[in-house]
Design a protein around this ligand. Structure first.
Ligand code: ATR
Length: 280
């Protein structure tokens, strides 16, 4: 019998701009752990070309894609089948391709952002969410993507604080059936303490911090910024100055969401610790 060559698995991340995406390095590190041969490219996809580019990638033997800003919503719309967590998130960051009975391209959409966050918090930081008080700042796309997995952990309360309270109220409507979630503005938080405070606002991008009282941190509180950067984010600096016990950015979440995507594609769970260490 003729020996068949090992198939090269093909992956990529699509975004615009794609900048200095860390995803190729992360996925190559994961693949190395299992001796898998993969390609993983970061591809800048022009506006209006997203759907066509995704379908071409799938038809040309692509196995899976990660999707980043600004295409997570379009990816959600394009998927033939979606996971429950993607359904609720209203956004898709992971696509998996397969072929139907008639040779047609089938696209499965998932969202691994929330599970990546929860794994980082509970696994890497050893902060258990069950019965804890959680404050989430912001009510945009990034926050919508993490709410279902957070509520699945059964916090005592998930308080959603946003500058525009009505947007937080809309999310409470959508996610209310999953657990105890309430909406508020930033000016209502003076008398409450939280074990976990997650910043999902876009404030850090502008070097700003949401206007919060410094009294929100319970003993041993973890302040978590979904954004990551080489330097501590403004939110992390602020939290430290207010006495939060621990602060982190979202680098661990980035690696953990990648690990969940890798699992969806390859059925293998990579060891994330060394990869987080490498990127730091
Ligand atoms: P993303 O996809 O990153 O979540 P988005 O959907 O535009 O982006 O949402 C941005 C979030 O950051 C919103 O919750 C926004 O508050 P509003 O809903 O009131 O606009 C929040 N945000 C942006 N800049 C902020 C700032 N300087 N202070 C506080 N919140 C801010």
């Amino acid at each position: 019998m003729m020996a068949t060559a090992k198939k090269l698995e093909k992956f990529a991340v699509f975004g615009h701009p794609i900048g200095h995406s860390k995803s190729p390095v992360i996925h190559q590190q994961f693949a190395k752990q299992f001796g898998l041969d993969i390609t993983y490219e970061a591809i800048d996809v022009a506006e209006n070309e997203f759907e066509q580019t995704v379908r071409e990638f799938g038809k040309n033997g692509g196995n899976g894609l990660n999707i980043t800003v600004p295409y997570k919503l379009e990816a959600w719309q394009l998927a033939d089948v979606r996971s429950e967590r993607a359904e609720l998130a209203g956004a898709v960051n992971t696509l998996k391709f397969s072929t139907g009975n008639n040779g047609e391209l089938k696209i499965f959409g998932d969202n691994t952002d929330g599970v990546g966050l929860v794994t980082d918090i509970q696994g890497n930081y050893q902060v258990k969410i069950k019965n804890k008080k959680v404050l989430v700042l912001g009510a945009g796309g990034a926050v919508r993507g993490i709410l279902a997995p957070l509520l699945d952990c059964q916090p005592q309360l998930l308080l959603l604080a946003n500058r525009t309270v009505s947007k937080a109220e809309v999310l409470v409507e959508i996610f209310g059936h999953k657990g105890t979630i309430k909406a508020t503005g930033f000016d209502n938080l003076a008398d409450q303490q939280f074990d976990l405070i997650i910043n999902g606002t876009a404030a850090s991008l502008k070097g700003e911090v949401p206007p919060l009282p410094g009294t929100i941190f319970a003993k041993n509180a973890l302040a978590y910024d979904l954004m990551y950067s080489a330097e501590p984010t403004p939110f992390m600096e602020w939290a430290k100055n207010q006495g939060a016990a621990k602060q982190t950015d979202g680098l661990g979440m980035l690696v953990e969401q990648a690990a969940e995507s890798f699992y969806i594609w390859n059925g293998l769970r990579p060891d994330t610790g060394p990869v987080i260490k490498l990127l730091r």
